[in-house]
Each structure stands twice: as structure tokens, then as C-alpha cells.
Design a protein around this ligand. Sequence first.
Ligand code: MIG
Length: 928
Amino acid sequence: TLPLSALSSVQDEAVDKSNFKKCNQIAFYRRQKLLRPGKSLYRVLLDSVTLSDENVKFQIIHEENKVLLQVEIYEIEGNIFRLKIDEASPLRPRYKVPDVLIKEPTTQRLLISHKEAGILVLSSVNEDYKLRVTANPFQVELQSKGETVMTVNSNGLLYFEHLQPPPSDRKPTAQNEEAASDSSKEKQEDLGLWQEKFGSFLDIKAHGPTSVGMDFSLHGYDHVYGIPQHTETLLLKNTSDGDAYRLYNLDIFGHKIHDKIGIYGSVPLLLAHKPNRTSGIFWLNSSETLVDISTKAIAEHTPSRSAAETAKQRAVPLTDVRWMSESGIIDVFLLMGPTAFDIFKQFAQLTGTQALPPLFSLGYHQCRWNYEDEQDVKAVDAGFDAHDIPYDVIWLDIEHTDGKRYFTWDKKKFQNPRKMQEHLRKKKTQAQLILIMCFIFLPWQLVVIVDPHIKVDPSYILYAQAKEKGYFVKDRNGQDFEGICWPGSSCYPDFTNPDVRKWYADQFAFKTYKGSTNILFVWNDMNEPSVFKGAELTMQKDAVHYNNWEHREVHNLYGFYQQMATAEGLIRRSSGKERPFVLTRSFFAGSQKYGAVWTGDNTAEWSYLKISIPMLLTINMAGISFCGADVGGFIGDPEPELLVRWYQAGAYQPFFRGHSNMESKRREPWLFGEKNTQIIRRAITERYVLLPYLYTLFYRAHTAAEPVMRSLWIEFPGKVETFDVENEYMLGNALLVHPVTEKEAKTVTVLFPGSEEIWYDFRKFKRMEDAGTVKIPVTLENIPVFQRGGTVIPLKTSAGKSTEWMIDISYELHVALDAEACAIGELYVDDGHSFQYLHKKQFLYRKFTFHKNILSSSCVDESGQYHTTCAVERVIILGFGKQPTFVTASAKDGKKKEVVFTYDTKTSALTLENLALSVDADWEICIS
Ligand code: MIG
């Protein structure tokens, strides 16, 4: 076993940027960049066009190398077009990403509406869309009701390296010899066609060059977003004079801010937005991918203008996006929106929606590398009790295992893991007994880490089994691939193989995973995969997976598959009854179906708190709502003020976990003096009180693909001033959150979007007087949060020790009136942990509407039923014009009763108390 010190020094080296590639050190990038914008050498063979119910197919030919490519164009239900380009007759099949699309998309028949010399026009069934295919050069222009939205191959950057036999196999023809003589050895090396060096690492490319690429012009757009994960601004930057955005999952410890290198996870989805339209490009490719962005203004194209008119020509923006991937085929989905919410639906239709998290996982998580032993766990758990801070989950990092053998326990530190879990659980049970005199099985939870690397140790059953079954990824010579990771020499399960996933999922069965109970959930780390001493700290690309695919093809999918198998395992251990919780560091398009992600090893500095906002917004836009950044910053020691500010921000973000590195000082919330403890307690308490709203947002993410955390432009698509805002955001459609990310801030500048909107202080209920950009004074006590007029937010009337504790705490509604004195909002309730909501329709989905001084509760989805004794106890109406004289409440068919109210003339907030209105029934409150 390597001593820990040796391992961390391996890791320290990783901070050195030279361990990671700059774009010009990537051979396929250099090759593709030799193709400059200009006229494409690809031409459509119009004679080859065939039309079927499913698609339109034709061939294109490269004028120089004469290689034929097969193009397929599909229209998919719901305003999506798909373009596939593969070799017409490849030497062997090329990799096509499996398992990411949730099903084969439902296609619609395209019509050929026009075919003449050099042009083919396809139209959608409803004729809203037209695809103008130009033959020479090959281009596709996509129009929506006459408006050109995007052009494919508009700069002629379609690039496709056809498979070739290795040079040694080739018969010496005159042509080949010529090629050989003009390509010196150096040039060969520079192109990296059959092998590529990086430092001491050699990547041998058994199949030679296989790179693909294409460009898209987005007309009228100069705001583009998406393609996580980078430590970058919300708005994607022009890459003309620097590195392209890289999508290559890497473990970069202490990653720098404002860098386009890929970290941990990738979602190849790009969104483009202009006031009247949002579009998306989903480039389905799991090999290393680079994206170049170039935004410019061009003169508006209008034919036959007079000189005077030309002088007045408007400049219109245009964004060119160039995608380059190392391998695979071109398989791209053009999402036509036209709204941002349509894009989210379209992407979810292809890759699935956010899994509905168990309620506990929306509570606060306390993590550290490491909570040392059972005593430590109990002490930290007791600390939350003693300081009256709500929390739901305590986490165990890698040190809990027996020598980094996952699924095992360190026998000295964790002698009786089951008993420890009983302790966490019993605490709850007793509390239930004492407080509400009913016996329900309601535990606190435990999350343990399960990394993908498996220690090479024949006596470790997991290793022995996988070895025997041939379940590890192989090296290029067919031996099990071995790399160094935490346990020392390690092998890596080949999660791309469905049998391996099944076997791995089985490891989570209670019987198999000794010491596990049903309060134990899982954290998948290091699944890029991280390989110490590997090229760029990951697996070499010539390693070999299931069905003989090279690692280069599947690299960005490795973590996706591990989380898939883990989530499946947790579902299966409960015989399909319980929702899993799995946090993953690496991810891909579709990871939202399996759980949560976090942004990895950030640093305890203000700049990292600041960048976490655009990073989380970008991940949310890419379909993964359940995400968060380590509260406090993982590396280093946050000053107390930073820690407090981070808690306040995290409390209003989807995944909320405090975590810290091994070398950092302990930082449980009560270690920074009474005042800071109290402020952190308040932040966490606000989170717990807000959970009914947050849970409802997750239900919307799950069923309607609406992101939980939204950049302002998504909610205010017509307001140009919101397009680049990344220091504040919307939580759902009702809350505007502006974290404080500056040290000793006395004020923050808040943009209140939408001139016709009304905003209320979320805590003081006061209507904000000024619109637009406003300086708001802040204290350390909290961060600015505002409720949007026209919304109803469901909350709990108070917090408790954990989510389970709070089940019976009653509800409170904050009804914020808009300019018409109306408001609307929703509440989703279910048991919070099982799949009964799905299989047995055991849920409540309610709507609250305020209109003409009547607040009514009605059912949104009649198919759901769920019994709860929990009532709506209090309603606060914000922006209520004048003191009422009389307020009554009545069940739809029942008696009226008078309601006690107080009216605050200073804030115009009307508070109704002691309502006791059932959550699961229709009722009305009338105010006169
Ligand atoms: O690089 O398991 O991002 O959250 O505490 C160290 C130890 C390996 C990296 C994760 C971090 C975790 C740590 N891991």
C-alpha cells in the first residue's frame, strides 16, 4: 500500500497546470484547425436522396478524397431535428453513443417540398419549419416560419476522418508512397494520426485518426450558454484568441477559475438566446470534444438595397459554434425551442428528466474528509442537536473503508457500523415517540463514498470476483488495466458493460454490503475516472472496454454509467420501493436521471463562491437540477465571514452540503463563535422552512423538465439586461436570490428584472419601491432574497431537527400580489421517500390561486391522492391594498368560519392565522 503522503504528493503535482493539455497539445484539434473557414469540400449527391417515414437520407462526397458520407435528417416530435453523419461504408462500425437517449425518438415524416438543381427543400408536417439543403457546398439552413435560425456547415467546417487501415497494412500504391514521402516523421508526429505523445505518455491509436467536426451559425444570437462543466462565466466567451471550451472529464484538484479546460463532467448541450427565441444544439458524442465560439456582428442581409439604405444597415449579431470531437460519428440534435422552457422539455424528451430526490436529500448535508470514527460521527451528530441546527445527513469519506476497499469498513474506526446507523435512526424514533406520540420509522441518513477504482488484492472479494469474470477495463494489450489511485494499484470496472453494471448494482444488496442499512446512501467520486500518474490524471485513451471500444470513445460516459449502476443498486436493494440518492462527481447528458452532482474540489476563497453561481446555473440549464458546490470551499480554511456567506448562498441552491478537505481545519457550523453559529443556524433554518417550495420545484423538474435554479434570462427572456447576469438568480419562478460574494460588503447591487414586476422583501414582506438596478444595504445576518409579485410560495410554519421531523409541521403560504392583485402557486406533497407517488399515485398536487380577494385551494392533478393531517395554518398576503373588515374561510362544501387576521399598514402585509385548512381539500378564503 502506498502511504497517504505519497498519494497526496501525487495529487499535489496535479495542481501543476502542465499536467493538463492546452488545446494546441491535442492532436485532433490541431488537425481540425488546419481546415479553415471557407467553401466546404463536401457536395450533396442529389441523386442519392431517399425519403422514408423516418427520415431523409442522402450522400455527400468530399471533392478531394472522394470519401462518401451518409447523411440522415430526422424530424422528431416536439420541434427537434436530428442530423446524423457517418461514413457510407466505414472500414468497421464507428461508435454511436448508447444509453444516453431514453428511447429511440419518435420521428415525424418530412416532406420534400422542393427539389431543383442544387437545392433540396424539406418541410415539417405542419410546414412551420423548412430545411434548405444546398448541394454545393453542402449546407443545411433551418428556417422557422421564414426566419433563418441556424445554418449547418455554414463556414465549411464539416470534418470527417474516415477509418483507414494502419499504414503497415497498406499496399504500397503510387499514391501512398507519395503521401509517405511528403509527410516527414515530424509532421506525422505533429498530426498524431496513429499515436500521440503527451509528456511521458503514449497514446497508441489502433484505429488511427477518427475525428469529426462541424460548424453551426446561429443567426441573430449573441448570447450563448451551456456546455458545462467549466469554471467560467455564465455567458460563453469568444474563443477566437484562446483555448476552446473543452469537454473532457478530468480530476483537477485545485482547479483554477476562468478556465475553459474540462473538469469532472460534460454535457454537450449549448443554448443560444435572443429576445424572441431560444435554440439549442445537443452534440451527442462522448469522446473528447472541443467547442469554439465566435460571436460577431454582421451587416443585415437584405437583397437589393439602395446605397442610402445600405448606409443605414443594421448590424445583426451572429454566433458561430464549431464542435470538434476525437471520435464517433456526427449525431446532433437541433432543438428549436422556441422558448427556453421548450428547450428544457426537448432535451428531457431525449435524455430524461431530473430524478425526484428523496426529501431528506434536499435537507442539509454535513460532510468532511473525514469523520474519523463512530465516536466522531456521534459527536458531530450530537453537535447539531446541541446547537439546534437542522440537518439530515452525515457523510463518510474514503477513510471509513478498510484500506480504500469500498463496500467495507475500517475495523478499528467503525467497529459496528450497523449500530452506529441504529443510533442515528434511534435518535429520530425517540424524538418521534416523545414529541408526537406516534411510532414511525424515521431515521437520519448516512452517505458513504464508493469510488470506482478497485484495489488490486486477490483477497478482496470485489476484486477477485471482477477479475474472475473479466469485468475490468483492459489495457491495449488485453490485460486488466491497472492504475494508481487511493488504494494503490487499482483496476476499474467496465461500467459500459451492462453485466458489469448489474453485478455492481448487486453489491449494494443489504446482505452483500455488510454493515449497510436502509439509511445508507452513496457518493461516487473519482469517476472521470481519476487515475493518478495517468495522462492528465485519467485513464489512457487506448484502454479497451466492452465490445472492444477504446476508452477514447466512452471517456465522458464513465461516471454517468457508474452513477447509473449505483442508483440501480440502491433501488434494487429495496425491491424497487425506495428512491435512491447518489451523488456523482463525473457526469454526462442524462445524469439527472440518477441523482445529484457537485462541482468538485473548489477552494475556500471568495472568488470560488462567486463562480459557483454561474457554474450551477449552467449545470441546471443542461438538465441537471440537483447540483451544488461544497459549502465553505473544499480546499483551505474559509474565514468565518466567507463560511457564513457560503451557507447563506447554499441554503438557496439545490444541493446543500458543507464539505472540507483532509488538511483543512474542522468547520462544523458551531466552531466560529456564538454569533456566526446563530447566523448559520438561521440560514439552514430558512432552507428547511422553504422545503415545501423546493420539493415542489423538484417535482416540476421531474415532470416538466423545469430547472430548479434559473438564470434570470430564462424567466425574463425579453429583457436584454438580464442576459449576462450571473451574480443573482431565480429559484423557481418566485424567488430572486442575490448571494453576497464580497468580503465585508455593506451593500449589493440587485437587478430587479422586468419593469412591470413587483418584488417583495422575502423576510420583511415589504414591497420594493424602486425598480431596475438598486443598491440594497446588507448585514452579515442574511443575503437579499425577494419574492416576485404574482406568486404563492408554500413553506412550513417552523423548522425542526430534520426533514423527517418536520413531516407534521403545518404549512404557511406567502401570497405575493402582482399589479392586478393576483397570485398563483403550487404545492406538491408525497411520502418523500418511496416510488408510491409513481406506482400508486400517492401524492397531492395542489394549486393556490388568489383572485378578486379570494384565495382558493384546488387540485392540479386529480389522479393523485395522498393523506396528510398537515394543515395550512397561516397565510400571509403581501401587497394587500387596505385593512380588510372581514375574512372568512370555508371548505368548498362546508361551513364558513371567521378568520383572525392582522394587517400591517407599514408593509401592507395581511396575516391570517389559525386556519387549520386541510392541504388535501378544496377551500376558499374570502377577504372583504
Ligand atoms: O482528491 O475522497 O472531490 O470531495 O473529499 C481527493 C476524498 C479525493 C475528491 C473529492 C472530495 C473528496 C476527496 N476526493
